[in-house]
Write a protein that binds this ligand. Sequence first.
Ligand code: AMP
Ligand code: MN
Ligand code: MN
Ligand code: MN
Length: 270
Amino acid sequence: MKFDLHTHTKYSDGIFTPKHLIDLSLRLNLDGISITDHDNIDGLEEAIKYANSIPDFKLIPGIEFSSIYKDEEIHLLGYFIDYKSKILIDYVNHLKDIRFKRAMEMVEKLNNLDLKINFEDIQKNNKHLISRTHIAKEMVRLNYVNNVKDAFDRYLKLGMPAYVAKKGLSTLDTIKLIKDLGGIPVLAHPGLLHDENTIDDCKDLGVLGIECIHSKHSKAETEGYINYAKNNNLIITGGSDCHGELIQGELLLGKYTCSIEKGDLLYDYL
Ligand code: AMP
Ligand code: MN
Ligand code: MN
Ligand code: MN
């Protein structure tokens, strides 16, 4: 069965509603998807309700946590988490606050650079979570930059003047949290890590899978990660990381997938 296990909705920095994402997935003949919004689960209940009304379509409850490891931000996917858990709800609410304050700090830095931005304008359109993407889009709207990438390259990415580091749980504690929530922790897009050795470290910290297949991985990287996962007895996952934008006129959704078959660990959870 073919699944895209990495997607975002408007509840984080994606464009689509969960329902729209599921309708598009059906058109692409996917057997299921996971919705993995950044640090957020607000879309899961409506997604699962809608998916349950569709025969033979599976919605895997997921999340993409940002975690802190050494000086790096590591993204961890948590699949099949108990999205009704009070512990989880409290933690994501805390992350929302942290992101809110961080976004305010970044806007202040931009204002000091004479890029006048009104924080309330960003906030009113993004009640669920504020990410750098939302700030970047506001910068495009105000004609301060040509596009979102430009905003990141010149102002928002690590090392640039309006960057503010995220706070949150360490990678170890995030892996533990996902497991405590009954979920499967998977290292997201290892190809985007700054230090290759971090993959070994994450294995030692307890991740159970690796996102070998991802829209930002080259063919050689994908093959390397698949071999690594096989040699280390880790689950191989894959997903597009679709946010809804068209990349060269095409939607990423369903272009990077993995199969879940009888006998696979993930199959038992379906
Ligand atoms: P945040 O979680 O607030 O740090 O925002 C990070 C999000 O911005 C990521 O999830 C990506 O969707 C997006 N992003 C990160 N780096 C870039 C970049 N260089 N160009 C465009 N979008 C980016
Ligand atoms: Mn994103
Ligand atoms: Mn990510
Ligand atoms: Mn993602």
